[in-house]
Write a protein that binds this ligand. Structure first.
Ligand code: SME
Length: 137
């Protein structure tokens, strides 16, 4: 085993595991608050590279979750006005905040090519994933 894996490598492994385990998880990534700035920065991800590596608080689904501290499930991205498109193939999205010692420090973001695939089961599962990830940060 490689005990020297960096946090980023471990998060990449989590992203790849999730993407390959669930057929409607087509892009999986972690965004974290960028230092003291009011913006998110893309960390590890699995799937197509995105141009949106920096997202200001309040912008898009991710930026809204950074300020709301709440899960955001988007069954159909076409119905959202405050949305940042990363790929024309993406139809839906789920963003779940990641808390460290009660503070919203980032989020897991999942894009899907399916319309309305996300259930409360995904929300509970991704909350659990984020709790586990917080333990290795
Ligand atoms: N769609 C997101 C931007 C990030 S990409 O999905 C990777 C949003 O609206 O915040």
């Amino acid at each position: 085993a490689d005990y020297n894996k960096s946090v980023e490598d471990r998060l990449t492994a989590v992203c790849e595991f999730l993407k390959s385990s669930v057929d409607y998880y087509n892009w999986v990534g972690f965004y974290f608050r960028n230092g003291d700035k009011e913006e998110l920065k893309l960390s590890s991800f699995a799937g197509e590279p995105t141009d949106h590596t920096i997202i200001p608080f309040g912008k898009g689904i991710c930026g809204q979750v950074a300020v709301s501290n709440k899960n955001f499930v988007v069954p159909d991205v076409k119905a959202q006005d405050n949305y940042i498109a990363c790929s024309i193939n993406v139809k839906s999205e789920i963003v779940v905040p990641l808390f460290l010692k009660g503070e919203n420090i980032g989020q897991i973001d999942i894009d899907s090519h399916a319309v309305d695939p996300f259930s409360e089961e995904d929300e509970r599962f991704l909350e659990f994933v984020n709790e586990k990830v917080a333990e290795i940060l």
